[in-house]
Design a protein. Structure first.
Length: 284
């Protein structure tokens, strides 16, 4: 039977660390602010944005929310980003993805000042992650690293398999595991022998976006299984990429959905916002 890794508990610890450090900044007269921009009416995005606002309150940051209508033009969004780039009360800028189809996401990400890019999506920050010298953490992968760290298992030399190669999760996830000296394989939709590769993983990370994709035959005995997926089933319930009931008895540690990786992403965003504030205010 696996131990359940609680993202709720670990994220609370990260947020408490951030809150205390923010108290120190406040005692120097420094306020930290995060701008969150959402365009359109995606219900899932609205929930995420609301959770980000709540997390700001918990750690003592100011949050500035910009909820723009679906028909907002790319130029209007670029203009807002430019205003936020210049606003000294705003230390971090997050534009919630996905954006409506008529807006080029890359153009928007590239317009955010790299010093305020608390998602670490700007190519400058992505490059820094690649070379291993970075201030801003890629939020979801960094959250996964905290969860693995909470198990006490050392990543060094372990077979790590990441399923999924997105810019937000799969690619930066592989980098962070590599920086911790894991032996890393990235699998994706064109991978041959997926089952065989996954079943050799000491640490298996699923970021596929398909409910119950990882089944027991894909999991090594006593593996650590981290489920990044958040899929909504037809009955309205949330479900991960891992078939939890099947895999749990075989794993040593496993994350639940919800309550696993999800809360970690937001905690790491708080950590990045604090980092942005410190850099912008010249504080160590
Ligand atoms: N949409 C889904 N995940 C994320 C995230 O981490 N950041 C942003 N900006 N949008 C997202």
């Amino acid at each position: 039977m696996a131990k359940i890794i609680s993202g709720k508990e670990v994220s609370a610890q990260v947020k408490e660390r951030v809150r205390l450090e923010n108290e120190r900044l406040k005692s120097k007269g420094i306020e930290t602010g995060l701008a969150v921009v959402i365009v359109g009416n995606d219900p899932a995005s609205k929930v995420y944005v609301n959770n980000k606002k709540k997390a700001c309150e918990t750690v003592g940051f100011k949050s500035f929310e910009y909820a723009l209508p679906e028909e907002t033009t790319q130029q209007e969004l670029l203009d807002l980003v430019e205003v936020l780039n210049k606003d000294t009360k705003v230390n971090g800028i997050l534009v919630q993805l996905p954006l409506p189809k008529h807006i080029d996401e890359t153009a928007i990400i590239n317009a955010i000042s790299p010093n305020k890019d608390v998602d670490a999506f700007h190519p400058i920050n992505v490059g820094k992650i690649m070379v291993g010298d970075y201030a801003f953490l890629p939020c979801t992968p960094a959250g996964v690293m905290e969860l693995i760290k909470s198990t006490g298992v050392d990543i060094c030399g372990k077979n790590c398999v990441v399923i999924g190669r997105s810019n937000i999760v799969g690619k930066p996830m592989a980098m962070l595991l590599l920086h911790s000296n894991g032996t890393v394989t990235i699998c994706h939709s064109k991978t041959k022998n997926l089952r065989e590769i996954c079943s050799q993983a000491d640490i298996l990370i699923a970021s596929v976006g398909k409910p119950n994709f990882v089944t027991t035959d894909m999991v090594k005995d006593n593996a650590i299984v981290i489920d990044v997926g958040i899929n909504r089933l037809e009955n309205g319930k949330l479900c991960g990429d891992v078939n939890f009931n099947e895999v749990e008895p075989k794993a040593s540690y496993i994350t639940p959905v919800p309550g696993g990786v999800g809360p970690m992403t937001i905690a790491m965003l708080m950590q990045n916002t604090l980092t942005a504030s410190k850099i912008q205010n010249g504080i160590d």
